[in-house]
Design a protein around this ligand. Structure first.
Ligand code: BES
Ligand code: MN
Ligand code: MN
Length: 462
């Protein structure tokens, strides 16, 4: 495979402008006000795949948002790569913390991005990373170098749990048949420290509601004599971790696969500066489960975090009130071999059991998914390693991530194939946060590396 570098240099302005046009459409899947824009984005993705050289592209309707499916089949005897990505994005709020409007992309230089980065919601997660694959296909078809078959499956509900994608995959085994799945929706350590994500955590997301008295009460007349749901909820939440920051839900750790000392030592070799980490987040110290390093805490260990908590009076000034209800949204990040449905049930039973009689508790599961680990001895991983060596001049470091892409474990179950997570984002991209951005250098490096993966995977599959 010839280097894509010259082609990328010649076309980079156009690549960036096309990506910017895609990012401008606010495809927020969580907010029904944006429904039309989500659907418009699917159409834009379809068009881009047609232009890049797919033979056929369709918008597949689902009970939710559509899935864009495209393919180019050159020879049934050659391997098939299935590319997955998502065209939906997270809500942009809090809007006032953005330095520029979230859907009006601007290119700015930063210390980490001397060549500039595109600032906008979805620039990194996942429009920018997904679009690298579209442009890599364009390069391979334009230069007559596509070495194998390719299928694209780009969904619009990743940020809300991929419900319709599960539905679609279960019904389309044959259409989606492949030899390897390729995804760019994760990160790497640093521009000069390439890494390949070899693990994703699972997830169980629940909402809890604590109800005390049947109505809001005067906190003087009733305070002290009835249960305050907010007091109770915060107490219950606090009890979910012990003094060493272990999770106290009985059975929570039963299935957790502990890493061997050798595996942990290997993990510890990845370059990491705790000082830089603390400085980047403006914190005096890190915090977490005793006995584990920062990188272990955020990748190979399960966690429990409150994502939101509300109830009572939060308006201006003071109002003396005991609210009738208090709520929280809680996520648990899971590791192999924890089953998300088992954990959800353990949580529900435990949370209900620790509630005093003075309140009632309701636990509502939202969504979830299993953890995933890519074996580094499979053909796909080894081809990816060679691809990075070709474009970075360095062997990439395998690294387990703390994030979740729940659909990946389902791909393995339904389609029986492994997933290679070739992410080109950086932790500092601020995905899901204000001022999300994606480095131009990262974007172009991805476009350069992907064709190499096609080449080596095809070669090594012979
Ligand atoms: N692309 C992210 C996941 C990710 C980012 C994994 C960086 C590893 C490194 C994905 O879009 C995402 O945000 N996933 C959600 C889960 C989903 C069910 C909402 C997550 O991890 O919170
Ligand atoms: Mn994503
Ligand atoms: Mn995301």
């Amino acid at each position: 495979m010839k280097s894509a570098k010259p082609y990328i240099q010649e076309n980079k302005e156009r690549f960036i402008n096309e990506l910017i046009d895609l990012i401008k459409i606010p495809s927020i899947s969580a907010d029904s006000n944006y429904k039309g824009n989500v659907i418009r984005t699917a159409e834009a993705v379809k068009e881009s795949l047609e232009k890049a050289g797919c033979d056929s592209v369709e918008i597949c309707e689902t009970p939710g948002f559509p899935i864009v499916y495209g393919e180019k089949i050159i020879n049934k005897n050659l391997p098939t790569i299935l590319v997955y990505g998502h065209y939906d994005v997270q809500p942009a709020d809090p809007i006032n913390l953005w330095d520029s409007p979230p859907f009006e992309p601007v290119i700015k230089k930063t210390a980490l991005h001397p060549e500039g980065a595109i600032f906008a919601r979805g620039s990194s997660d996942d429009k920018g990373q997904m679009f690298m694959h579209v442009k890599a296909l364009e390069y391979m078809t334009e230069s007559n170098q596509l070495p194998c078959n390719v299928k694209f499956m780009i969904e619009g509900e990743e940020e809300v749990g991929s419900t319709s994608l599960g539905w679609f995959v279960e019904r389309n085994h044959e259409k989606l048949a492949n030899d390897i799945i390729l995804i760019s929706d994760t990160g790497m350590i640093a521009p000069d420290v390439p890494s390949i994500t070899t693990g994703l955590r699972g997830l169980s997301y629940v909402e809890v509601e604590v109800t005390g008295p049947n109505r809001d009460l005067h906190s003087g007349l009733y305070g002290g004599a009835v249960a305050n749901p907010i007091n109770i909820l915060t107490k219950m939440i606090a009890s979910l971790h012990d003094k060493d920051n272990h999770i106290t839900i009985p059975g929570f750790y039963d299935k957790v696969k502990e890493l061997t000392a050798t595996e942990r030592a290997k993990m510890g070799e990845a370059p990491f500066s705790k000082e830089d980490y603390k400085n980047a987040l403006d914190i005096k110290d890190t915090y977490g489960e005793i006995g584990y390093t920062t990188n272990e805490r955020n990748s190979i260990r399960p966690t429990l975090d409150v994502n939101g908590i509300w109830g009572g009076y939060i308006g201006e000034g003071a109002k003396t009130v005991i609210a009738s209800k208090a709520y929280a949204k809680i996520s648990m990040r899971l590791v192999p071999d924890q089953d998300w449905e088992d954990i959800t049930l353990l949580f529900k039973n435990h949370f209900e059991s620790i509630a005093p009689d003075a309140v009632t508790v309701k636990v509502t599961p939202h969504h979830g998914g299993q953890a995933y680990v890519t074996p580094i001895d499979c053909t796909g991983y080894q081809a990816a390693e060679k691809a990075y060596e070709a474009t970075f001049g360095k062997t990439p470091i395998p690294q387990r991530s703390g994030g979740s892409i729940p659909i990946v474990a389902l791909f393995e179950k339904e389609l029986k194939s492994k997933t290679i997570l070739m992410g080109f984002g950086l932790d500092s991209d601020a995905i899901h946060s204000p001022n999300e951005h994606f480095g131009i250098w990262n974007f172009l490096k991805g476009i350069e590396t992907i064709p190499q993966f096609y080449h080596y995977f095809t070669e090594m599959s012979k």
